[in-house]
Design a protein around this ligand. Sequence first.
Ligand code: ZN
Length: 60
Amino acid sequence: MFKFLQKKEQKDPICGMIADKNFISKHGEKFCSEDCVKKYEEQNQIAGTDGKKKGGCCCR
Ligand SMILES: [Zn+2]
């Protein structure tokens, strides 16, 4: 009657939602939306696909 599908349930580390099959798997975590992925990348300083340019380069 009460059985565990997975031993550990994964949660979105940003908003805390429990992951389901529609979640995005990235960086070994599960995210409910691209928004949370971006926040996670910002918090962990992971360069995303459209990461901010850092500072300015002088070689011009
Ligand atoms: Zn989320």
